[in-house]
Design a protein. Structure first.
Lengths: 250, 289
């Protein structure tokens, strides 16, 4: 038995050293689990969330964004806080959020009063099929499906965008009657670790016309502690329409 | 070096192209050329064997290949501030009727008008020391006369040298990472992943990470009926990034193409150069690459 344990440890060590130090999504994250310590320095709130995710194998879907959330730097230092409290602290009281979990992905939406407004990410796609492929390509295929469902007159699409991690493949998918956000969750959940982020300010989240010439989300794949997300998040912020700063509007 | 032409004829020795001299060959002209020592050279034609047994031969008479009006390969030469640029010398050679690189004849002759703006080493490698304009000069000897001893003359080609701060100028693809067929809800198409690179006015990568590259596609000819979309990416420390291009349309797999002009901004600043992207059912090219 002692020998068997030694062999198991050897296998563990060998595998551990062979595999890249790369986050994957925890398929059933416990929002009440305690995080002993989390700190980042001079990162935006969204980048802080990405750092939290890649360190603790948490994948996110962030529907609630504006320019400040993506670009304004701040320091975060939290101790002995649950996952849910940590996420809420990162956003802060000025950004009221609702946290839900679907397919292992922690979705972050803006907390609203009264009836829920129309939302692109709630649009139900009757049928979506995709071959297995790299995350960014499958994400684009979902975009095509959404736009085609909204406007069947469109014949084709000419795409150009960030390639991302070419070795991060997801799928195949054969989904029926699923809202866009759940499909994004499923893509992210199969990835090596990622977050999907809305590319429209929350004020415009019901404006389906935005889909005519742009993608309304992007998927950011975790690149590890040395990855630089600032440029990417600045690019998303630059694409947001003006007026996104009015975060206190109800 | 000795060449027995009679033996080459008798034994049907082929040349590098596999061709032989005719067996009944009795006269003809010939030409020697030094392929490696261009400019003045050290080749000298010797006497031919005079053999009464097999026929007449005459004393060889040479004709020199001469070079005319050498000039700098780049004029003006663009030099990045704190970076390097290479210049050279080109001259017309009358025997071959083409312009040849004669830089080796001008080694050690290089100097600039102002070392505060640009310095140059013996090989013609210029270094940008300060922003501004100066002159780049060199000197060397080339065969210049048809006289029997092929005399050389001294030449002093010169030109301008402009030192500039590198600025992002264009985006160019530098590699293909993958490509293939893609199937989508509309039909099918092609996808190709390039490594794109932000380059400066000297054609060098602009090595700065975190620059936000955003683009807009606008279609001219659009037989595939493609709808354009915007995209963005960020540069790595080499100024490059992986870029995904794809088309998917009900028009495929039949023939046809859509041509798009791709305009770029870097951190919101427009780039002068726009790329031509050609989308087809089985290929995607950027500026012909």
């Amino acid at each position: 038995m002692r020998n068997a344990n030694c062999v198991l440890w050897l296998v563990y060590l060998l595998l551990g050293h062979a595999m890249p130090a790369r986050a994957t999504c925890n398929t059933s994250p416990d929002l009440s689990a305690t995080i002993a310590e989390f700190r980042t320095s001079q990162t935006s709130r969204v980048e802080a969330l990405i750092r939290l995710g890649e360190k603790h194998n948490l994948c996110f879907g962030i529907e609630y964004v504006d320019r400040a959330l993506l670009t304004e730097p701040a320091d975060f230092q939290l101790q002995n806080s649950t996952v849910q409290s940590t996420v809420e602290s990162i956003f802060g009281p000025e950004y009221p959020i609702r946290i839900e979990q679907h397919y292992g992905v922690i979705e972050i939406t803006r907390k609203t009063r009264g009836t829920k407004a129309k939302n692109i990410f709630d649009f139900v796609i009757p049928k979506w099929e995709s071959t297995r492929g790299m995350v960014q390509m499958v994400s684009w295929l979902l975009h095509i499906q959404l736009v085609t469902d909204l406007n069947p007159q469109i014949r084709g699409f000419g795409a150009h965008g960030r390639a991302g991690d070419m070795e991060d493949e997801v799928g195949p998918f054969n989904e029926h009657n699923q809202p866009v956000k759940y499909l994004l969750d499923k893509i992210v959940a199969q990835s090596k670790g990622a977050v999907w982020i809305a590319q429209i300010p929350w004020q415009q989240i019901g404006n389906l016309r935005l889909l005519e010439n742009r993608r309304v989300w992007t998927i950011v794949e975790y690149g590890g502690p040395s990855a630089d997300y600032r440029g990417l998040l600045s690019g998303i912020a630059a694409g947001l329409e003006s007026g996104s700063e009015s975060k206190h509007q109800q | 070096m000795w060449i027995d032409v009679g033996k080459l004829i008798r034994e049907h020795v082929p040349d590098k192209n596999g061709k032989t001299l005719p067996a009944d060959l009795s006269s003809g002209s010939f030409e020697f050329r030094d392929l490696t020592d261009i400019g003045v050279g050290s080749l000298f034609e010797g006497k031919l064997i005079y053999d009464k047994t097999y026929g007449h031969v005459t004393y060889g008479c040479s004709l020199c290949c001469v070079y005319n009006a050498p000039f700098l390969a780049f004029n003006p030469l663009g030099i990045p501030f704190t970076g390097d640029s290479q210049n050279g010398v080109t001259a017309y050679e009358n025997c071959s009727g083409i312009y040849l690189d004669v830089s080796n004849q001008f080694l050690y002759g290089w100097h600039t008008g102002s070392t505060a703006i640009a310095t140059v080493n013996y090989m013609g490698t210029h270094h940008g020391a300060g922003v501004g304009s100066t002159t780049s000069n060199t000197s060397g000897y080339l065969t210049h006369s048809y006289a029997r001893n092929c005399p050389a003359a001294r030449f002093t080609p010169s030109g301008g040298a402009n030192v500039q701060v590198p600025v992002p100028t264009k985006v160019l693809p530098i590699a293909t990472l993958s490509q293939g067929v893609i199937i989508c809800s509309n039909g099918q198409g092609w996808n190709r992943i390039f490594t794109n690179q932000l380059q400066d006015q000297f054609g060098r990568g602009y090595p700065h990470a975190g620059i936000v590259m955003a683009d807009i596609l606008s279609f001219g000819t659009n037989q595939l009926g493609l709808s354009p979309e915007t995209g963005s990416a960020t540069t790595n420390s080499n100024g490059s990034w992986g870029d995904f291009y794809a088309d998917c349309t009900s028009a495929c797999p039949s023939s046809g193409q859509s041509n798009a002009l791709q305009t770029w901004t870097y951190n919101g600043i427009p780039l002068a150069h726009a790329n031509t992207v050609i989308y087809k059912c089985t290929s995607i090219t950027i500026d012909g690459f």
